[in-house]
Design a protein around this ligand. Structure first.
Ligand SMILES: [Zn+2]
Ligand SMILES: [Zn+2]
Length: 505
């Protein structure tokens, strides 16, 4: 409770200094009880308004909780809808068969269903309830002049930013299709600022944890006086009570009708694009009147169809913020590549390239298709790179993947240039920016490298105005459709970008 009080005092402080309104609860619900002081009610509504939680996620003792249930401040719903034909988990809306299992339950002494689809959020049992806050809603403060970002938007960025502001104002939907390195985070700032001025609650959700981690310091710098929370598995400041929230799309499963503005970054990324339960969570997380903004550099078929049917308004940003074209990937054929990699040998063409890069000072990201390969190749690459003086010591080359406990730290070290070469799986394909790097994809013909992944990976290079080029090499053993499509998509974007730049001259 101390934490809540600290937060409350922060909100009140903001209310005095920067806000038009204090964070008072609306008076539409009946609050004429003698047991809850107005401050206590405000604390509770701050903590629980817009959430959908299990009992164990509501940190109140039984007496207080029962009292709030009686007063209908909390409303219970069954955790699962079970009929003779189908069971549907009410937290994640999974309605298939494969991910329901049965176990004996100590609470009700029956053997019954639990949902494995949302098990990562804590087990949810058939006999449980979920609770949403139905008490007085929390009125978020209105903040003025809280945009501390001093930068300037380019004309295409400005154009997108205006559409975002307009969409937020009119509770609409918008797809922002911006090439990698277009500076889409900055395009969001005016919209977020506007929403904060209007006392709205905002969430930027993305399928990738690393993207959440990357966005937090940038957002925090742009809105220095706003309390921002980042929610992902293992995050610390994670009670989800901030007005501006960054979140993985998984964490949206704990929200219901919470946000006035939901921005979904990397809409086309795994797992969101192929997981209907996450898409459901996003829909449920917004209020009835809300704005939803999707961001992508590589829209999928599903979004392209909506665009061509004119069912989803969109804005296109085909130019990087520094005005230089996207680096065009170079596919290089390596015979027996798969065999060599499985025998832990590095293809000669990779070694040749490592020794003859245009700018050997650049850091290097080497993408591999599997965790096994990233672990396996690390020592042979270290041996080669130390011998050839590409790295000075072993610790300058590391591998990283989704299950790596050191993942966050290794990305930090790469950012600080203490790691020069990083072998990675597709976890770093998108949403991360390193200023001066070359990129190689090893076994680019592997099925994990679809068109979107290859375009995103290529988009890691040349992001800095001081080094806007960077090499991108796809080492493959036979061009796939994805490789061909990725190269052609990048060239097409560059042509559109050039046309746009030409129009302005
Ligand atoms: Zn039970
Ligand atoms: Zn579930």
């Amino acid at each position: 409770m101390k934490v809540i009080l600290r937060k409350m005092s922060r909100y009140f402080r903001m209310g005095r200094n920067q806000s038009e309104d204090s964070p008072v609860i609306s008076t539409t619900s009946s609050v004429n009880d003698t047991h809850l002081s107005p401050l206590r009610q405000t604390e509770l509504s701050l903590r629980y308004d817009g959430k959908l939680l299990t009992r164990s996620e509501i940190h109140l003792n039984e007496t207080k909780f029962s009292m709030l249930l009686t007063k209908t401040y909390f409303t219970p719903i069954d955790a699962m809808k079970v009929t003779a034909f189908q069971s549907v988990c009410q937290r994640c809306h999974y309605g298939g068969k494969a991910l329901f299992a049965k176990i004996p339950c100590a609470r009700c002494n029956r053997t019954h269903l639990y949902c494995r689809n949302c098990l990562h959020m804590g087990r949810i049992m058939e006999c449980e309830s979920l609770y949403y806050w139905s008490g007085p809603s929390f009125a978020w403060p209105k903040h003025h002049d809280v945009l501390s970002w001093q930068g300037e938007l380019t004309t295409p960025q400005q154009n997108a930013a205006l559409k975002i502001v307009d969409t937020i104002h009119h509770h609409g939907e918008l797809l922002v299709w911006a090439v990698t390195g277009a500076g889409k985070t900055e395009m969001l700032f005016p919209g977020i600022h506007k929403a904060l001025q209007q006392g709205k609650r905002i969430c930027i959700a993305t399928p990738r944890t690393d993207v959440v981690r990357e966005l937090l310091p940038r957002l925090q710098q742009a809105f220095q006086f706003i309390h921002i929370q980042a929610l992902y598995g293992g995050s610390r400041d994670n009670d989800g009570t901030a007005q501006l929230i960054l979140s993985t799309t998984h964490q949206l499963l704990r929200y219901q009708h919470a946000f006035d503005v939901l921005i979904i970054d990397e809409i086309d990324a795994f797992p969101y694009h192929q997981d209907p339960t996450l898409q459901f969570a996003a829909k449920r997380a917004v209020k009835r009147y809300s704005a939803v903004i999707y961001l992508t550099a590589t829209p999928r078929e599903q979004q392209l169809r909506l665009l061509s049917a004119k069912k989803l308004p969109h804005v296109f940003v085909p130019l990087r913020f520094h005005g230089h074209p996207l680096p065009i990937p170079k596919p290089i054929y390596c015979s027996s590549l798969n065999k060599q990699l499985s025998e832990n040998r590095l293809p000669q063409k990779l070694l040749d390239w490592l020794n003859h890069r245009e700018n050997p000072q650049r850091q290097l990201l080497i993408f591999v298709p599997t965790i096994k390969l990233s672990n396996q190749l690390q020592s042979v690459l270290i041996q080669y790179c130390t011998r050839e003086k590409i790295i000075k010591k072993n610790s300058e080359l590391m591998s990283v993947h989704a299950e790596d406990k050191q993942r966050e730290n290794k990305i930090k070290l790469f950012r600080k240039r203490q790691i020069k070469v990083l072998l990675t799986t597709t976890i770093l394909e998108r949403g991360v920016t390193f200023p001066e790097i070359d990129v190689a994809v090893l076994h680019a013909n592997h099925e994990v490298f679809d068109e979107a992944a290859l375009v995103q990976i290529a988009g890691r290079a040349g992001r800095s105005p001081t080094d806007p080029t960077g090499e991108v090499i796809y080492f493959h053993e036979g061009k796939t459709n994805a490789i061909v499509a990725a190269v052609s998509a990048i060239k097409k974007m560059n042509r559109r970008g050039e046309r746009l730049a030409g129009e302005k001259e």
